[in-house]
Ligand binder design. Sequence first.
Ligand code: AP5
Length: 213
Amino acid sequence: MKIVLLGPPGAGKGTQAKELAKRLKLAHISTGDLLRQNVSKDTALGKEAQGYMNKGALVPDELVSKMLIERITRADVKDGFILDGFPRTIAQAETLDAMLRDNKMMIDLAVYLDSTEKVIIQRLSGRLVCSKCGANFHITNMPPKINMVCDGCGSSLYQRSDDKEETIRRRLDVYKKESAPVIQYYEAKGKLERINADLDAGVVLDEIIRLAK
Ligand code: AP5
């Protein structure tokens, strides 16, 4: 099964993708996580990507697509994947389709997590992320059992540098202009399903699992 999760920043793509990957035994591939790993390891890609990410802009297509293709061709992806944060432009969607076509594969399902701006800002301004395993928490919606400590691995939690209100608004503008057209791309291919992502995380998860069956 090859699933793409679409939706604005804060819609819950990462939260849902992590849980889906466990339940459906698929690889979770997040381009945001891969880019942040490159930034923290200070790689050439990380150095180039950091400026775009801090401003809330998209990292250029060719850099992200190259990184994605390298990841998607690894052995753990052979049974399928859940893509979180990719594709984010029509050019990325076309690159992905061409690469899958060359390998006689295709996307089975694109899920659009639809969320309102008010909910997005509340979620992102309170998000906490584990510095080791990347698990997501929220100060009030999904608080960790111990303050600023990951329930799963016990490492410290931090706030992402692009989760400042001004950068969140910029990310939303970029999303509307550059990423929203990807929804129509999958709709035209008959692959798109929409979900109200403002609902409780468990309700959203059950709905995605139902669609994936
Ligand atoms: P990325 O990391 O992909 O960020 P994003 O798309 O902006 O999405 P987020 O991670 O902010 O939100 P999410 O939808 O995953 O929500 P989450 O589950 O965390 O990308 C970061 C940057 O990298 C981009 O700005 C860009 O610069 C670059 N980049 C990445 N991919 C790229 C690409 N393909 N091309 C070019 N550039 C790229 O949830 C948010 C919070 O809400 C959490 O606290 C969570 O606990 C809480 N929450 C989630 N669901 C619920 C719920 N149902 N109810 C209550 N709370 C909830």
